[in-house]
Design a protein around this ligand. Structure first.
Ligand code: 13P
Ligand code: SF4
Length: 365
């Protein structure tokens, strides 16, 4: 056993084949002590090594139920935080590249959300009237905020159930950080657009009037995903003009206008399920991340299906892309040699209330 961790620099120039060999050997050595979870947006070179693949909800459940000592999360930082919070204290969550964040998650932070809550409390009785919901794409201290205020976490696959859970308790919701998931889901549940207001966190009182706040059912944080922002309604129109028989399916992080033009709206796991289970020889236009769409197209080719990326310019999630085979080989070989590198550990003061809001979600969905 080496006494110091192997440095990442030793891995930077390894080619994919060499990484593959070393990843497989380290996995074999670690056996049941290690599980690799892979999000659907991971590139193929990493995705193929995952023991379990899925969307945020499925992978959270896997992390909560796994017995493995090491949970290596091929995804982004908030996902590894959730794995740490939901797993037992002796389990260790690892993110192969610490720079794999989520730009949408970064659009809300504890200072801004505390300020929003304080400003809202000048107009309404927040404790009696408002349930805070944080999309799982958020830092642990925002999940803690929700745990401290009788709130809850949601993902793209359970957002309707979580909004219903919230409305069964209180009349209003503060939803952060993704405005689109909140708006698309609220609208699907029959809430008119005029009862969903957008909280602009750069303005006093969110840029809203007292009356708008009093009348709102859902107060939507003005955050968005830059990857899904790339999809535009005219991309759907142009494609349908050329191929009118196309089925359109989008992730709910896409804009309201794009989702309104989509036949289906679903999480990454649901998109895969719907397209894979569809009739053979069908054509699909998909509004979500490129790696998922390319892989789905390959997998569906033998059924005569065509799966197209919605935007004319190719855009992938650059932070998901940070996890490469070199980083995966690095963390696994270190674990196999008894060294823990890139551990994600949430401080107890956040982990305890954050777990409460995550447990609320797991129970409600
Ligand atoms: P899913 O939960 O649908 O996998 O979405 C996660 C995500 O980050 C989408 O951008
Ligand atoms: Fe975050 Fe968007 Fe990447 Fe999902 S696709 S991880 S929301 S930046």
């Amino acid at each position: 056993m080496s006494s110091t961790p192997f440095p990442i620099q030793d891995y930077a120039l390894l080619d994919e084949q060499e990484c593959d060999k070393r990843i497989i050997a380290a996995k074999q050595k670690l056996g049941k002590h290690c599980i690799i979870l892979g999000h659907h947006y991971q590139r193929n070179e990493v995705f193929k090594h995952a023991d379990i693949t899925g969307d945020s909800l499925k992978l959270s459940r896997e992390a909560a139920e796994s017995d493995a000592e090491y949970i290596v999360f091929c995804g982004v930082h908030f996902m590894a935080e959730v794995a740490d919070i939901l797993s037992r204290p002796e389990q260790i969550a690892i993110l192969p590249d610490m720079a794999a964040g989520c730009s949408m998650a970064d659009m809300a932070n504890r200072v801004k959300v505390d300020k929003c809550w304080a400003e809202l409390s000048q107009v309404i009785d927040v404790d009696a009237q408002v349930t805070p919901i944080t999309y799982i794409n958020s830092a642990a201290d925002l999940k803690a905020f929700c745990g401290e205020h009788d709130g809850i976490v949601c993902t793209s696959s359970n957002a309707q159930k979580i909004l219903q859970w919230s409305f069964d308790r209180k009349e209003k919701v503060l939803f952060f950080p993704d405005q689109h998931l909140g708006r698309n889901t609220g609208f699907q549940m029959g809430i008119p657009l005029e009862h969903m207001v957008t909280w602009d966190f750069s303005k006093p009182m969110g840029g809203l009037t007292e009356q708008q706040i009093k009348d709102a059912k859902i107060i939507l944080w003005k955050g968005y995903c830059s990857v899904h922002q790339a999809f535009q309604p005219e991309h759907v129109d142009d494609f349908l003009e050329k191929y009118p028989d196309t089925h359109v399916i989008s992730h709910p992080e896409a804009s309201f206008e794009v989702c309104q033009k989509s036949e289906f709206i679903g999480s990454t796991e649901n998109i895969l399920k719907i397209v894979k289970e569809a009739e053979p020889n069908t054509r699909w236009l998909v509004g979500t991340e490129l790696n998922l769409v390319n892989r789905l197209n390959e997998e569906c080719k033998d059924q005569g299906k065509e799966v197209h990326f919605m935007a004319p310019t190719l855009s992938m999630c650059s932070t998901m892309f940070r996890t490469d085979p070199q980083h995966l080989a690095w963390v696994l070989e270190n674990l196999a040699a008894g060294h823990i590198v890139n551990r994600v550990a949430v401080a107890e003061q956040d982990a305890v209330p954050a777990k409460k809001s995550l447990d609320n979600m797991l129970l409600a969905s």
